[in-house]
Design a protein around this ligand. Structure first.
Ligand code: ZN
Length: 185
């Protein structure tokens, strides 16, 4: 198997964050990313690159979780809200047996916190992480910062990220380039 130096981190593109009836949805701006994220996922797969699906996981009634004071319930275990949005769910189902594809439950904004994502990247000698998903200024930004702190090159796909907070979205793209030394493509 080819050893690739880049990986696609597919973050939180779930019904609750994207669908019109999602409990914490970014709405139309997130729905517009659908075709780009599906296509990019297929392109990375075709190239033999590593693809990580990282999906927020919460448990009903968990009042100890720090997000419980900030946001309504979202991505509750076992619900449709936690499934990937649109054709990305089908795409994941079609690719999931591929050894270059992994799915991670994550419980914090950063995909590196409480997961073995870093170990998976290191064992593949990956140096560059490409980010798509939502929300730009929450899980994308926190993951980008943690990737930078761990020495990974960060690439954010402008047509693959969105937020309900446009100012936060714009700040994130700027921060990735100016402060994390990454790229926005
Ligand atoms: Zn959450």
């Amino acid at each position: 198997m080819k050893i690739s130096k880049r990986a696609l981190l597919n973050i939180d593109y779930s019904n609750d964050f994207v669908a019109s009836d999602g409990t914490l949805t970014c709405g139309p701006v997130a729905q517009e990313l659908h075709d780009y994220i599906v296509k990019t996922t297929l392109n990375f797969n075709e190239a033999g690159d590593y693809i990580a699906f990282l999906v927020d996981l919460h448990h009903e009634g968990d009042k100890l979780h720090p997000e419980s004071k900030l946001f309504p319930d979202h991505n509750i275990e076992g619900t449709d809200g936690r499934k990937l949005y649109g054709k990305l769910e089908d795409t994941y189902q079609a690719l999931k047996e591929n050894p270059n594809v992994d799915y991670f439950d994550k419980t914090r904004y950063s995909a590196f916190v409480g997961t073995n994502l870093e170990l998976k990247l290191r064992e593949r000698e990956i140096t560059e992480v490409h980010l798509v998903g939502v929300c730009s200024d929450i899980c994308i930004l926190h993951t980008a910062i943690d990737a930078f702190n761990r020495g990974f090159d960060v690439v954010v796909h402008e047509n693959g990220v969105a937020s309900f907070n446009q100012a936060g979205h714009d700040f994130t793209l700027d921060h990735v380039v100016e402060v994390l030394g990454g790229h926005v493509i």
